[in-house]
Design a protein around this ligand. Structure first.
Ligand code: FES
Length: 156
């Protein structure tokens, strides 16, 4: 039995069509499996820990105000002790600046007094004060998950 050229060409076309179908099916199945596996991975935003050390008390000279930009935190070392005030404006989250008495927000003009209380809006609430403590190694530890009142001082 012999195969005529037309029938051979039809067979080749069928094989190519079948192969293209297999490739398309493989791509579809791979995409489906990949999207299913991606769905199983939780979409979590990892945040930095709420407690962190900022250095030895001696790193903060007496009477100083140190701005830790990466932590968005002012650290005060006063005669009464250490305290930490958030630099995050309670309006829309800009960094407030120290200047004159208190803090000023450059974004929309909010002003806060030395204790972080709102002196002029639109900020709705005071700046946060964070708990400070000493680690076992004598380093200053800030806990941004724990707020304290403006009378808080850490004596070292
Ligand atoms: S972000 Fe500070 S006043 Fe708007």
């Amino acid at each position: 039995m012999s195969v005529t050229p037309d029938r051979a060409a039809d067979g080749a076309n069928r094989r190519q069509f079948f192969l293209a179908g297999v490739v398309a099916l493989g791509v579809s199945v791979t995409g489906f499996v990949a999207s299913t596996l991606r769905f199983l991975v939780p979409n979590v935003l990892y945040e930095p820990p709420g407690r962190f050390t900022i250095g030895n008390p001696a790193d903060f000279p007496p009477g100083s105000v140190t701005f830790l930009e990466d932590r968005r935190l002012f650290v005060f070392n006063t005669a009464e002790g250490f305290y930490g005030v958030s630099s995050v404006c309670t309006h829309l989250g800009c960094n407030v600046k120290r200047g004159g008495p208190g803090f000023q927000c450059p974004c929309h003009g909010s002003q806060f007094d030395d204790s972080g209380r709102v002196a002029r809006g639109p900020a709705p609430t005071p700046l946060a004060w964070y708990a400070l403590s000493l680690s076992a190694r004598g380093e200053l530890v800030v806990d941004v998950d724990r707020t304290v009142g403006p009378d808080f001082r850490l004596r070292v």
